[in-house]
Write a protein that binds this ligand. Structure first.
Ligand SMILES: CC(C)(COP(=O)(O)OP(=O)(O)OC[C@H]1O[C@@H](n2cnc3c(N)ncnc32)[C@H](O)[C@@H]1OP(=O)(O)O)[C@@H](O)C(=O)NCCC(=O)NCCS
Length: 163
């Protein structure tokens, strides 16, 4: 197996069908989507939705992580999904994908929101500047809560005056 080298990893806006297919596969086989029973067809349709922007972390031609950003949802901007393939975790790819999406989002809005249901992933987002702003109890599965997380660069009216 080829050794992982973060220097070779590039983050880009998905540009071809393989990027979409590989991203949908990463989401399908990993929790929380696997636990929720989301099929490959479901994720494939999600990553193609018109109001989403799909960013991929690529090691040469292989997608090792993906992030789906929505810029037009009620919670603008909203990270719908972030996932790094299990063998590539803990090397900064997730943080890099998040920073890339935030850079894009903060050009247009003062807030980035997301939902998270695992303690470990919640800790990851807190380490990257997100704060819990609410909790949706039993949203998808009984006993499993979705925390609403927010990262902000300031009150929206002040930011729009600067921009
Ligand atoms: C959360 C996730 C995107 C982080 O990506 P990553 O490339 O591993 O992250 P980084 O290398 O930038 O940061 C490492 C941190 O991620 C977190 N992390 C590592 N493995 C994780 C896992 N299996 N699940 C959740 N968080 C994990 C830890 O906080 C870790 O910090 P630590 O080493 O101090 O414990 C990735 O672990 C993942 O895809 N998990 C499964 C899907 C998921 O939970 N997505 C988020 C909810 S939608």
């Amino acid at each position: 197996m080829k050794e992982f080298n973060k220097e070779n990893v590039q983050i880009i806006l998905a540009e071809n069908e393989l990027d979409y297919e590989q991203s949908a596969m990463i989401l399908t086989v990993n929790d929380p989507w696997a636990k929720l029973g989301r099929t490959y067809e479901y994720s494939f349709a999600k990553v193609h939705e018109e109001d989403g922007e799909l960013f991929v972390a690529k090691d040469e031609d292989r997608v090792v992580g993906c992030l789906l950003l929505e810029m037009h949802s009620t919670l603008k901007a909203f990270v719908r999904a972030l996932c790094v393939s299990s063998e590539n975790r803990g090397r900064g790819v997730g943080a890099d994908l998040l920073a890339f999406a935030e850079h894009r989002a903060f050009k247009e809005t003062a807030n980035v929101f997301l939902f998270v249901s695992s303690d470990r992933a919640k800790h990851f987002y807190e380490s990257n500047g997100y704060k819990e702003v609410g909790c949706l109890e039993n949203l998808n599965i009984t006993g499993i809560h979705e925390w609403i997380m927010r990262k902000t660069i300031g009150p929206a009216d002040e930011i729009s005056r600067i921009q």
